[in-house]
Design a protein around this ligand. Structure first.
Ligand SMILES: Nc1nc2c(ncn2[C@@H]2O[C@H](COP(=O)(O)OP(=O)(O)OP(=O)(O)O)[C@@H](O)[C@H]2O)c(=O)[nH]1
Length: 338
């Protein structure tokens, strides 16, 4: 299955929420004003003649509603409820209103206009993980527990391997034995070595060993998994800072990327995670996981609009190939249910 159809199929909760919301905004008000002239079906003469000749029905006219302040307010509320964030929802709505105020518009035009606005916001942040000639390119992966760091590292490692890169993974969340085991499973699926250390040992020392191994093997990339216990922020900050200090002893330009992995199902909470991790680490890009099966995909628009951090990839499932580059136009169309 192509990634786009996967995205469209799996973003159904978000898209049906927003799509149905847009349909309702137009249809309910249109139904409440029976005297309003309904718009003609597109090109009725041509369609009608061909339709009659071929025995086909003509497309019924789409309900339309005059775009006024009340409709804009409903639109705003719906976008806020879809996790797009208040500021982003206000701006998007204002842009949709421009040149359309007082006109009668249908749900399809509204969806298209919203998709265009979302694409415009998302296009500048859609950037795949940059690859550098530097060996090893060190990618530090941060995020709260359960956000999908381990899974993302596994998927990423598999893709990098498929692209002919040599990869080493360091399981630097040494606190959770289950996390280490899980990473080993992903490593073997991806065909990539995973360096581990005894439970509770110093993550920074494992990071150093991993740098030594990656350099010795002339690996293209070193992916470093880290702990994500945000509730213990001071410890976590110190742990991340120490990992960075130690890898810089081997390469003062490392880490070359700091990826923040966010779980889409947390909605607006993802924004406070960006704030928290930006205070702790020099976050260079985002991966948004679990876009499948959530009605909160709108949060990605809020993130792009608020922080402008590159979105390197999105996760739409638990399998190894369920991670792909972020395509704004496809995302926008899938999100609004077009
Ligand atoms: N549906 C879906 N599930 C995902 C996706 N990414 C990860 N998951 C699931 O989310 C759960 C947590 O993922 P992990 O990769 O273990 O998250 P983590 O951040 O490493 O968490 P810890 O190991 O606790 O530090 C697992 O059950 C994954 O299978 C995704 O894109 N879609």
């Amino acid at each position: 299955m192509s990634f786009f159809s996967k995205l469209r199929e799996r973003l159904t909760k978000s898209s049906s929420k927003i799509g149905a919301g847009l349909d309702d905004i137009v249809a309910e008000a249109a139904a409440a004003e029976p005297s309003a002239p309904s718009a003609p079906a597109p090109e009725p003469e041509r369609q009608g003649l061909m339709g009659r000749l071929l025995g086909r029905e003509t497309t019924p006219a789409e309900p339309r509603r005059e775009l006024d302040d009340a409709m804009l307010e409903e639109l705003e509320d719906m976008l806020i409820a879809a996790d797009m964030g208040t500021e982003t929802a206000l701006r998007v709505t204002a842009n949709i209103a421009e040149g359309r105020m007082g006109r009668r518009i249908g749900a399809t035009e509204l969806k298209q206009a919203l998709a265009d606005e979302i694409t415009r916001i998302m296009a500048p942040v859609a950037r795949p993980l940059p690859l550098y000639p530097k060996k090893p390119q060190v990618v530090l992966v941060v995020g709260v527990n359960g956000s999908g760091k381990t899974t993302t590292i596994g998927k990423l490692a598999s893709q990098l391997r498929a692209a002919g890169k040599t990869v080493v993974i360091a399981a630097c969340d040494t606190f959770r034995a289950a996390a280490v085991e899980q990473l080993q499973v992903w490593g073997s699926r991806a065909g990539v070595p995973v360096l581990v250390a005894p439970q509770g040992s110093d993550p920074a020392s494992l990071a150093y060993d991993a740098m030594v191994r990656a350099e010795a093997e002339s690996a293209d990339l070193l992916l470093i998994d880290t702990a994500g216990r945000l509730q213990n922020r001071a410890d976590l900050m110190e742990e991340l800072a120490k990992i960075v200090r130690v890898i810089r002893k081997k390469d003062e330009t490392a880490p070359h990327n700091t990826l923040l992995v966010l779980d889409a199902t947390t909605g607006q909470n993802a924004l406070s995670q960006v704030e928290a991790f930006r205070r702790m680490a020099d976050v260079s890009g985002l991966v948004m996981t679990k876009l499948d099966g959530t009605a909160r995909g709108g949060v990605l628009v809020a993130l792009a609009d608020s922080y402008g951090l590159p979105i390197h990839a999105i996760g739409v499932g638990e399998q190894i190939d369920d991670l792909d580059a972020f395509a704004p136009d496809e995302f926008a169309r899938a999100l609004v249910g077009l």
